[in-house]
Write a protein that binds this ligand. Structure first.
Ligand SMILES: [Zn+2]
Length: 247
């Protein structure tokens, strides 16, 4: 009887061990891919130190955050100060942003979206920079915007130094620019974003899983949702990224 009890204990323990190993390689769920989880309470996420972020409450995945801290330490040695401008966004946050821009209540680029446009034209306009709710890499917790979300900032002076440093060194820490200029490495998707970087060792499985786990049927519940499929959002935008991330 005691032997049986011990055997049971060993079995339970080894199953637990299995679970721990598996939690690191386990495939993301469709809810994780679409930002439909509570990042504040999810065990794989941490709240970033607010002295290193633009907004006080920013959550990202633990491994991504640790890698960012290492990169930041190295960058400081070259007088480059990296802060997290934006981290994880939930589906609801992205939906709010999208709907506000869609209905002309919030600026999109330099102005407000012309409300006389058809839904399809509105979607086409928003897609320059704004991700369709459920398709943003910011849902994953593996992607961050660094310092400023502005082309002008990264084009000259200190901002250019930051960008040059990132281009030269970020890959050593696992970080890659996602929306590189159109050309050899990318032909579709959002406009260039010098600020958006992903931690590849952690985002790889999300990139791979997306097309299997999220269908157009799931991308619904916001303005213009019926127009999404004709833009081939999943192939052209979710996969319209730096080809280094598709290897
Ligand atoms: Zn971004």
């Amino acid at each position: 009887m005691i032997k049986l009890f011990l055997l049971l204990l060993i079995l339970l323990f080894s199953q637990d061990q299995d679970k721990t190993t598996r939690s690191q390689d386990k495939m993301p769920t469709s809810n994780e891919l679409m930002g439909k989880i509570n990042h504040a309470t999810h065990p794989d996420f941490v709240r970033a130190d607010s002295t290193l972020t633009y907004f006080p409450e920013i959550y990202i995945r633990k491994h991504t955050y640790e890698a960012f801290l290492k990169m930041r330490q190295e960058a400081l040695k070259d007088s480059i100060d990296l802060i997290i401008r934006s981290g994880t966004r939930t589906f609801n946050e992205q939906r709010y942003l999208w709907n506000q821009k869609f209905t002309g209540k919030r600026k999109h680029g330099k102005g407000y979206l012309d409300q006389h446009l058809s839904d399809s034209a509105k979607v086409a306009n928003l897609l320059a920079y704004t991700a369709v709710p459920g398709t943003s890499r910011h849902h994953w917790g593996t992607d961050i915007d660094i310092n400023e979300t502005s082309h002008v900032y990264f084009k000259r002076g200190y901002g250019k130094k930051v960008y040059d440093w990132l281009q030269e060194n970020a890959a050593d820490f696992g970080f890659y620019q996602v929306y590189v200029p159109f050309g050899e490495k990318r032909t579709t998707g959002y406009n260039t974003e010098e600020w958006h970087w992903t931690y590849k060792p952690e985002s790889d499985k999300f990139t791979r899983a997306y097309r299997d786990k999220v269908s157009y049927k799931a991308l619904t519940g916001f303005h213009g949702d019926s127009e999404i499929q004709k833009f081939n959002i999943i192939e052209n935008y979710v996969y319209g990224i730096n080809s280094d991330l598709l290897e």
